[in-house]
Design a protein around this ligand. Structure first.
Ligand code: SAM
Length: 277
């Protein structure tokens, strides 16, 4: 799995912040065990010294506040990001185009096949509620581990519903094609894909930039849409940019999206017999 991602997670190590207490030290050793990566005492070493001394592409740093991945291009760590704002807008009655494309309501089950920072999964978890189910699949071991820890432990006052939605998301480190192939037909209401955009939104800083060095950049394969259509009871949905050719290449049934939004959602409806592939 790691070799589909931009950085092989094997060229990384795990350490702590400077002067860790016992709890942080134990947590870091546990993260190293989960990721099957070496643990190295931080001592007084800077990250730059660690990159060159141990010849690694990146370092996972566990501190009291967060667990993050550092590399010369920047830092990746879990943050609820835009999910809190989107949940607030949904509460005020604004249409969320992803929720509309998924045709989501309380009690629905969703498998998010490209979990990333889990922003979309948290919003889906909020709408599907306590009677629903959200499973997030992520092929990068470091992204999935850091996001899993963040979803379990992130705290922020005044964000009770967002935190509850986060805690309900179940994270699995897997390649989505392999995961879908092992599911029984009709296992989830909706299967969702948000692969790395074929053309990154250059110039526009976006949250996904932070996970770019670690992410799996493979394009979505039609064989996986076909698997998803067997696994889904109702819909398969894919997110892409308005200018992308991906919806044409993959033959979506229809597209949902705000009039002026650069983002759109391609939808395949289960049981649409008229689809020509
Ligand atoms: C654009 S990001 C998803 C962002 C996410 N929707 C969010 O709201 O934060 C795409 C993520 O999917 C992961 N990914 C790409 N191909 C995958 C695959 N075949 N199986 C599992 N994860 C995959 C990438 O590593 C990356 O983390």
């Amino acid at each position: 799995m790691g070799n589909r991602c931009a950085v092989s997670h094997l060229s990384c190590l795990v350490t702590t912040s400077y002067r860790p207490d016992v709890r942080v030290q134990e947590q870091a050793m546990q993260v190293a065990r989960i990721l099957k990566l070496p643990f190295v005492d931080r001592d007084k070493q800077s990250l730059e010294q660690m990159y060159s001394r141990y010849m690694v592409a990146g370092v996972v740093v566990v501190s009291r506040i967060k667990t993050s991945y550092h590399c010369p291009q920047g830092e990746f760590f879990f943050h609820p990001d835009k999910s809190a704002m989107r949940i607030k807008e949904i509460k005020y009655g604004k249409t969320d185009q992803m929720i509309k494309a998924m045709d989501l309501y309380p009690g629905c089950s969703i498998v998010d096949c490209t979990l990333g920072l889990a922003t979309d999964a948290i919003v889906a978890s909020y709408v599907s509620g306590t009677a629903g189910k959200v499973v997030g699949i992520e092929s990068s071991p470091i992204i999935s581990t850091l996001v899993k820890i963040g979803l379990k432990s992130y705290e922020q006052q005044g964000k009770k519903e967002v935190i509850e939605a986060m805690r309900r998301v179940r994270v699995l480190n897997a390649e989505h094609g392999q995961y879908l192939a092992h599911l029984a037909p009709d296992s989830f209401d909706v299967v969702y894909f948000d692969p790395m955009f074929r053309r990154a939104k250059l110039g526009a800083r976006c949250s996904v930039d932070r996970l770019r060095p670690l992410a799996d950049h493979s394009p979505l394969e039609r064989v996986n849409i076909k698997l998803a259509l067997q696994v889904a009871r109702r819909r398969v949905v894919m997110k892409e940019t308005r200018t992308s050719q991906e919806f044409d290449r993959l033959g979506v049934d229809f597209v949902v999206g705000g009039k002026h939004s650069p983002i759109q959602y391609g939808v395949w409806v289960v049981g649409n017999e008229g689809r020509i592939w």
